[in-house]
Design a protein around this ligand. Structure first.
Ligand SMILES: CC(C)(COP(=O)(O)OP(=O)(O)OC[C@H]1O[C@@H](n2cnc3c(N)ncnc32)[C@H](O)[C@@H]1OP(=O)(O)O)[C@@H](O)C(=O)NCCC(=O)NCCS
Length: 173
């Protein structure tokens, strides 16, 4: 059987820097060292995507309880599953593909992994915040079945983005 030109692999201490670099050049938001370290925890849904063996994309998502505070970027990034609470949503924190490698199916492969993991955990909702001006990502998520649930005012206010609002999108799986 022919080997696929795109593949996913785990994020480890050895390639954590690559995951960080991909996020830094692809996203307008930044994440702390502690957040990157958290990516190595087994409860997180984290993968690097490779195109022809080159690292070109990555995803980080986490199971949460719907009562988690997702009102601002900082609270969503800091949100953790409360021990003993049953997770009922998987929250996508970052999903990014280097510009030169977009439109090759890499993003879909990362999203499919999140959806598979969500189903394996018997969770039925995936959600994500998308910056209001990020029309491309909004259309991309909607094309993959996500629906806009609400407009979150000032979600990115402390990140210094010009239009600080975000849409919260949901997918039933
Ligand atoms: C949104 C994003 C993740 C999409 O990633 P991507 O790798 O380009 O997504 P895909 O390649 O899976 O899908 C894009 C398109 O390629 C098409 N496609 C899928 N597989 C393909 C293939 N093998 N060959 C050619 N085209 C393909 C899809 O049909 C889709 O077409 P469309 O133009 O009709 O939408 C990417 O644009 C990105 O990283 N943006 C910057 C970061 C960001 O905004 N992230 C979202 C907020 S978390």
């Amino acid at each position: 059987m022919a080997r696929s030109i795109t593949s996913l692999d785990d994020v480890t201490a050895n390639n954590l820097g690559t995951f960080k670099k991909i996020n830094q050049v692809s996203l307008p938001t930044s994440y702390s060292e502690a957040w990157y370290k958290e990516a190595l925890n087994s409860d997180q849904i984290v993968k690097l995507a490779f195109f022809s063996e080159l690292p070109v994309g990555g995803v980080k998502a986490k199971p949460l309880n719907l009562s988690s505070d997702l009102a601002t970027f900082d609270s969503a990034v800091g949100a953790k599953l409360v021990p003993k609470m049953v997770p009922n949503v998987v929250y996508i924190e970052t999903l990014a593909v280097l510009t030169a490698y977009q439109n090759l199916g890499v993003g879909k492969q990362l999203l499919d992994h999140v959806i598979d993991q969500t189903k394996q955990k018997y969770i039925h909702d995936v959600c994500v915040h998308v910056h209001v001006t990020n029309t491309h990502a909004l259309e991309w998520y909607e094309k993959h079945g996500f629906e806009q649930k609400s407009l979150v005012k000032d979600y990115y206010k402390l990140q210094g983005l010009e239009s600080p609002d975000a849409y919260l999108l949901y997918l039933k799986v």
